[in-house]
Design a binder for this molecule. Structure first.
Ligand code: TRH
Length: 377
């Protein structure tokens, strides 16, 4: 059934808000033939993910989605069948008024942040009644059956396999970015916030016995990286060698190519919410730099995920994995925890694929949303 969807995205910080909503919008349009409008208040954040987009356009069609500049002040607009308020971004008053007048009520969904905490499944799908008569439903992404699942395109794992099985695909992708790693090099991608632990991690890799090629897309970690290298800049494509470590800057690539980057690497350092999920679908070991929240709320989230993830590892590997994540997120010395993780590399690598397959047994988030709407009408 074809329904109309309005997805509202307010870009608070970084690329996570637009990254998730753009991915969801594309998938609803492509896989479920839904009619999707994506309202974005800052299209400048959208262009790096979708370089053919025009940051100045009031309305534009991109990959089957009508991407609209969220007008300020709001202009009268028809209300869609399903209204997704991403990350509690607050719908415009004028839109809420129109929702009240709609003959058939729209399904209003508040799409929440991802968390592995236990309470999530208890709150997923619950309604919240407002004094003005409107009802809002809470939709939580998550890792177990009681949640809304994770964003995953239907053919994602198939595409990854095809990429992995095609001997030329990885090489062609990397060469397109000017990356020519040594044949025995361990390839690592690094997407992270500023981190005081970075220098010690780089030291450990530079002193390692196996060559490491570190690929760093433009972003917030660059300052720490330049300081360690002792250079003023590292233009995209340029590489610097220190001991066993080659550090190479990359451009920020389009969202689909970021998957290719993750699939090409042996280990991925990711951050936020969307890259964190994509790294899990890449089936490679990962290191998560969680988005810092007030009163250390992010530590609870981090530990909830870790507790779930490491259940499938041996106690020693689980300890090594947890230790590395704690050091990275605490901004502390990484030397010991990195060297310890390397001792468990084969187990942790094999497990990453297993975790990915287990998670892929769940319905994906777009599918779950469509079903939620069907059951609601
Ligand atoms: O950019 P982020 O740090 O966004 C964060 C988080 O979502 C966080 O939860 C939220 O509260 C905060 O913003 C406000 O990390 P995230 O979520 O991984 O988003 C990055 C997006 O950028 C993701 O869709 C992947 C994409 N990307 C590319 O398309 N190309 C690239 O080269 C890189 C490095 C990332």
């Amino acid at each position: 059934m074809k329904a109309s969807w309005d997805i509202f995205c307010s870009v608070v910080d970084n690329y996570g808000d637009i990254g998730v909503t753009w991915r969801l919008a594309r998938q609803l349009a492509a896989e479920h033939q839904q009619c999707v409008r994506l309202w974005v208040d800052d299209l400048k954040a959208f262009v790096p993910l979708c370089p053919e987009a025009d940051a100045g356009a009031v309305r534009q069609w991109q990959q089957g989605v009508e991407v609209c500049q969220w007008p300020e002040p709001w202009q009268p607009m028809d209300v869609a069948d399903v209204v997704v308020e991403a990350f509690a971004c607050k719908l415009p008053e004028g839109y809420l008024e129109a929702m009240k007048l709609r003959e058939t009520p729209a399904l209003w969904i508040n799409l929440e942040y991802l968390s592995a905490e236990d309470w999530v499944s208890g709150c997923h799908g619950l309604p919240s009644m407002r004094p003005d008569g409107l009802k809002r439903m809470f939709f939580f992404p998550g890792f177990d059956a009681g949640t809304g699942g994770l964003l995953r395109e239907a053919d994602l794992l198939q595409r990854r396999r095809a990429f992995e099985q095609d001997p030329g695909a990885k090489q062609a992708f990397l060469q397109g970015l000017g990356v020519f790693p040594a044949s025995n090099a361990r390839l690592i991608s690094l997407f992270a916030y500023e981190n005081t632990g970075l220098a010690s991690w780089l030291d450990a890799m530079a002193a390692g016995s196996v060559p490491t090629h570190l690929l760093v897309p433009q972003g917030r970690i660059m300052g720490d990286l330049l300081r360690w290298l002792g250079v003023d800049q590292l233009a995209p494509g340029v590489a610097e060698v220190r001991g066993a470590l080659t550090v190479q800057a990359l451009p920020f690539v389009r969202q689909q190519d970021y998957d290719h980057l993750l699939w090409s690497c042996d280990f991925n350092a990711v951050r936020g919410e969307d890259s964190f999920v994509r790294a899990q679908w890449a089936g490679r070991p990962l290191l998560w730099h969680i988005y810092e929240q007030e009163e250390d709320a992010h530590w609870v989230k981090l530990n909830a995920f870790l507790a779930l993830y490491v259940k499938g590892l041996s106690p020693a590997a689980a300890q090594a994995f947890t230790g590395l994540w704690h050091a990275w997120n605490g901004g502390t010395d990484m030397t010991q925890s990195w060297n310890l993780l390397l001792e468990h590399w084969p187990e942790i690598t094999a497990y990453a694929e297993r975790w990915c397959l287990e998670q892929s047994l769940q319905a994906d988030l777009a599918q779950a949303l469509v079903l939620f709407y069907r059951n609601w009408i």
